[in-house]
Design a protein around this ligand. Structure first.
Ligand code: PLP
Length: 372
């Protein structure tokens, strides 16, 4: 961007000039082009290293002759399936083009210039971006141990506060808050402040918290109508490319969100894929097992090198490399391993690695050995 001329900058809406765009992980093809490496392990975007369910692939092939049709704008069948799966009413779930679309639409529904949106230091980048897009003020609350300080977030509420975004577990840190902490928080948030609980890594967290201390958002939104819970098929279900997520909440709020959503933002293939994915719980269990093994393997290898990690409840591990982090990132790229630098999160000393399959994990650990 910096090299393009800025002929139109004065015409651009003030909110747009303030937006710092989301920085995605480096795509595999780009690394091959730029670094001339042929074998690449992408461990930068928390994608599912098992791919996706074979049942889903079959369903999509069988649906291949439907491309000329517009999708169901109401997402009826998938919403019905999700309602059955979660034992809720269909009116309490809405779909999005990835959960990202829904996270952003909440900001468009509830906030504008002069309003405040609260999120945590090291919180997911999409939250401050959502605030910027609508011209609201993003209020960052300092983290504790790289995780949400929910009591400090409560204390940051002012009459201008419209939305609080929290992620559990958080990305990029993998930190988690438990049931007791969550209940002390949500019960004290005023009813006129919307809380968005982002559960993109729900499946991994429930698996990691075997004592039942993970506060599943679906159990809370009936008691707290100002609570919205967002989830995705991009991670444990392995459907990142199709862009499909959903949000749970009270019918009234979901209807306001639906007013802003493009009528066909969720394509028919995403809807069919998600419905089918829900019929293959074995794929998810296998993904969680693979993740457990990879997490132990990578964490042990990294700690054996004397490096510190942030204990993670998701499908990635954030590692402290110190001031050489960016150099190590670049050296790993030369070895064909893509991880995620975190300087844009104010964590310049850290790199985040997504847990891969056996091959990818070995590739990463071998490359790390070489590089360090
Ligand atoms: C990956 C991720 C999402 C999911 O994004 P989609 O748009 O559903 O692919 C949402 N929130 C967090 C914190 C994430 O890491």
């Amino acid at each position: 961007m910096s090299e393009t001329s800025e002929k139109f900058i004065d015409l651009v809406q003030p909110a747009v000039t303030n937006v710092s765009p989301y920085q995605p992980g480096k795509p595999i093809d780009q690394l091959k082009r730029e670094y001339k490496v042929s074998y690449v392990s992408k461990m930068a975007s928390n994608e599912n290293p098992l791919g996706s369910s074979l049942k889903v692939a079959t369903a999509l092939v069988n649906f291949a002759n439907q491309m000329s049709r517009y999708p169901d704008a109401d997402g009826h069948n998938l919403r019905a399936k999700l309602a059955e799966f979660l034992k809720i009413d269909m009116s309490e779930v809405t779909l999005g083009n990835g959960s990202n679309e829904l996270l952003e639409l909440v900001a468009r529904v509830f906030a504008g210039p002069g309003d405040e949106i609260i999120y945590s230091q090291y919180g997911f980048a999409v939250y401050p971006i959502s605030a910027q897009i609508v011209g609201a003020t993003a209020v960052e609350v300092p983290a504790v141990n790289y995780g949400h300080d929910l009591q400090a977030m409560l204390a940051a509420i002012t009459p201008k506060t419209k939305i609080i975004y929290v992620a559990n577990p958080n990305n990029p840190t993998g930190t988690l808050f438990r049931r007791d902490e969550w209940e002390a928080f949500i019960s004290q948030v005023p009813e006129n402040v919307i809380v968005v609980l982002d559960e993109a890594y729900l499946e991994y967290a429930e698996n990691a918290c075997r004592d039942g201390s993970y506060p599943n958002g679906a159990e809370y939104f009936h008691d707290y109508p100002n609570l919205l819970v967002s989830r995705t098929f991009s991670k444990a279900y392995g459907l990142a490319s199709l862009r499909i997520g959903y949000m749970l909440g009270c019918e009234e709020i979901l209807q306001y969100i639906s007013r802003l959503r493009q009528p066909f933002s969720v394509n028919a293939y995403a809807q069919v894929a998600a419905m089918t994915a829900l019929t293959d719980p074995q794929f998810v269990s296998k993904s969680l097992r693979i993740n457990d093994q990879g997490m132990m393997q990578i964490r042990a290898a990294v700690e054996a090198k004397g490096l510190k990690v942030i204990p993670s409840y998701a499908n990635f591990l954030t590692i402290e490399f110190g001031e050489n982090a960016l150099e190590i990132y670049d050296k790993l790229l030369h070895e064909g391993v893509i991880v995620r630098p975190l300087a844009n999160y104010g964590m310049a000393d850290f790199l985040r690695v997504s847990i891969g399959n056996n091959h990818e994990n070995s590739h990463f650990m071998g490359a790390l050995n070489k590089v360090l």
